[in-house]
Design a protein around this ligand. Structure first.
Ligand SMILES: Cc1cc2nc3c(=O)[nH]c(=O)nc-3n(C[C@H](O)[C@H](O)[C@H](O)COP(=O)(O)O)c2cc1C
Length: 310
């Protein structure tokens, strides 16, 4: 029987705390057990009833944190065995990760773990240089999570349809007072909020278009043609799942975070969006416009950062 050392627990918990989460709510806790087992538990008290009434984003966030836990275990020299929602009597247990043995971390483990500290939501416009085709191909196959599909949005007709749907969601959510009150409640004046502390009010001042961030009461919304033009210059990847249940949401979060870390490791910047997906008509519109086979869960946007990533 082995047990966690203090340093090991700190490393795993520290990695989880750097995961992206909806509105920076960090809706999880880690329970460390003997035999180097760690359980990631969903924090059901971290509710966003207006933005996330079904808890979909909460589980996507848990999936992203799980990926950080998995990588931390790898770099500690453990072979992590991940069981998703292992106990039906405790549905808030998102995953149980056990150390199935000793194994030296792979090059990819090291690369992605190294990218954890460099990842942050990049809501600014990207530099003009496109993402090279070889990097695009690598990112599309990086995640390896069962059932999760990545769908590039690049054809002009698809980009135009996406722009129309994003424009629609921006107009609806900007005018939704309850939605905006909830967003304000999770916004702090602290410039770099601690994990779980909500969003910085500085993100609202980012000089960019609304699809790249969160639409607020004062966000200026450009016309659809302008939006489509800007979208066409980004590497946009839609994450879809075969069904729309809790496991799909966790897996979507894992796949998105692996892809995001692979992008950071390749020198790219990116951000993850679900705000527009809160509207049923946007999700339905995406299924139709992109002829999706599955359920759209989130959008990743990648590009070259302008200047140094901070
Ligand atoms: C499920 C999920 C949904 C998110 N949706 C949005 C979004 O719609 N717009 C946005 O700007 N950021 C979104 N984010 C990014 C979070 O706001 C961000 O991860 C959090 O504030 C922590 O900041 P960081 O990513 O820079 O570490 C989302 C993140 C997750 C995991």
């Amino acid at each position: 029987m082995t047990d966690w050392t203090f340093g090991e627990k700190s490393l795993v918990a520290g990695a989880a705390a750097l995961a992206p989460s909806v509105h920076n709510t960090q809706p999880w806790v880690l329970e460390f057990h003997s035999n180097n087992e760690v359980v990631l538990v969903e924090r059901l008290d971290r509710q966003l009833p207006r933005h996330d009434p079904l808890g979909r984003d909460r589980l996507i966030s848990c999936g992203a944190a799980l990926e950080h836990v998995r990588l931390a275990m790898c770099v500690l020299g453990w072979l992590p065995d991940v069981a998703l929602r292992p106990d039906h009597t405790h549905p808030d247990e998102v995953a149980r990760v056990t150390a199935a043995g000793r194994r030296a971390p792979s090059e990819v483990d090291m690369l992605w773990y190294g990218a954890i500290t460099g990842r942050r939501s990049y809501r600014e416009p990207f530099a003009a240089r496109p993402v090279p085709a070889a990097v695009r191909r690598t990112l599309l196959t990086a995640h390896g999570v069962d059932g999760v599909g990545l769908r590039v949005v690049a054809e002009p007709a698809e980009v135009a349809a996406l722009a129309g749907l994003l424009n629609h969601s921006a107009l609806v959510l900007r005018a939704d007072h309850a939605y905006q009150r909830e967003l304000s409640a999770w916004t702090t004046t602290v410039r770099d909020p601690f994990p779980g502390m909500g969003l910085s009010s500085t993100t609202r001042r980012t000089a960019t278009l609304p699809w790249a961030g969160l639409v607020r009461r004062t966000t200026a919304i450009p016309d659809v043609g302008f939006l489509a033009d800007r979208l066409s210059r980004e590497f946009l990847v839609l994450v879809e799942t075969p069904d729309d249940g809790p496991l799909d949401h966790v897996r979507a979060g894992m796949a998105a975070e692996r892809t995001w870390l692979a992008a950071v490791a390749a020198g790219l910047a990116g951000s993850l969006l679900t705000q527009p997906f809160q509207l049923h008509e946007v999700r339905a519109g995406l299924v139709e416009a992109l002829s999706l086979n599955g359920f759209p869960q989130l959008l990743l946007r990648f590009g070259q950062p302008r200047g140094e990533m901070t």
